[in-house]
Design a protein around this ligand. Structure first.
Ligand code: G4P
Length: 282
């Protein structure tokens, strides 16, 4: 599957992000728990060198918990502070703030050694489009104090959200464009809804999902739809459209519409919790 993409409009956003990164101590990198590799951008490591780091595996409620646990082990083994999150659940807020503190510990200790007290940690959220950056910031904002105005001496126009535990969060997230390093990365991003659907051949994507589920999560399609054998994926799709009576005005099956339904149901977890990537064995 060949997905076209246009990074041109991202250049400005990236430049802005580089400027904003200069203002913060801690980078909160949001990744999609279903695709922690494809939803990362390796350039961030270069851009954010010398910054403290927290990785959030967001949408963990949609991901396969066993695979999420493998990712958490991997990052912990690399001494990276990591947390799985569901940004739609306000009750997760305290746990998230605790992870901020863990990630920010070196800075707290440095401040203490220098006799600096109660200095807030400044943090910024970054991530690819649709990964949940705004939802996450809203989760933190809801219970925090009202936003302050511009801070003199920092950068005019920047808004900082004061959280309850001495952490200031820049209220505009940094948007990272994903790196389409391979066809597989493009496919995974499309499967999880990180790429605008106008650019995606929906029937082809639905067929890829059918093949992936048959191989990796046997029984999942059957549980939601109907028994599926070895037939080609496009036949599964048309059968499904017929059984669900998804038809064109002339009575023919509407496999394009059925593809959209299947993709939406897959992305929203209606078929079950699924992860597309596991850490490489090394
Ligand atoms: P962005 O700023 O990074 O672009 O992402 P945004 O917060 O807009 O979130 C994109 C979509 O992902 C939203 O769904 C949002 O509700 C959903 N989302 C964010 N975090 C989580 C999470 O942890 N779990 C789940 N299951 N979904 C999450 P939407 O369909 O665009 O809107 P809506 O369903 O909220 O109306």
């Amino acid at each position: 599957m060949n997905i076209e993409w246009y990074p041109g409009h991202m250049t400005k956003a990236r430049r802005q992000m580089e400027e904003d990164l200069k203002l913060v101590d801690l980078i909160v990198e949001i990744r999609d728990a279903r695709i922690p590799l494809s939803s990362a951008n390796p350039d961030l490591i270069k851009m954010g060198a010398n910054k403290l780091r927290l990785i959030l595996l967001n949408k963990a409620d949609l991901a396969d918990p066993k695979k999420t646990a493998l990712w958490i082990d991997k990052y912990r083994a690399e001494n990276i502070t990591v947390l799985e999150t569901d940004s739609k659940l306000p009750k997760n807020r305290n746990q998230i703030l605790a992870a901020f503190e863990t990630a920010a510990k070196p800075k707290r200790e440095r401040d203490k050694r220098r006799g600096l007290k109660n200095r807030p940690i400044r943090a910024m959220v970054v991530g690819i489009p649709n990964v949940g950056k705004s939802t996450f910031i809203n989760l933190l904002t809801r219970k925090s104090q009202a936003k302050t105005g511009n801070k003199p001496g920092v950068t005019r126009g920047k808004q900082w959200i004061h959280t309850s535990s001495q952490i200031d969060l820049l209220d505009t997230p940094g948007i990272l464009w994903p790196k389409f390093e391979s066809e597989e990365v493009g496919l995974h991003l499309a499967m999880c809804g990180a790429i605008s659907d106008e650019r995606i051949p929906m029937e082809e994507l639905a067929c890829q999902i059918i093949d992936f589920l048959r191989e990796q999560y046997p029984g999942m399609l059957e549980q939601r739809y109907f028994p599926v054998g070895e037939e080609p994926a496009h036949e599964v799709l048309t059968d499904l459209a017929r059984k669900r009576q998804i038809l064109l005005p002339g009575g023919q099956v509407n496999s394009e519409r059925m593809a959209e339904i299947l993709v939406t149901e897959f992305r929203s977890g209606k078929l079950g919790r699924v992860s597309l990537e596991v850490p490489a064995e090394s």
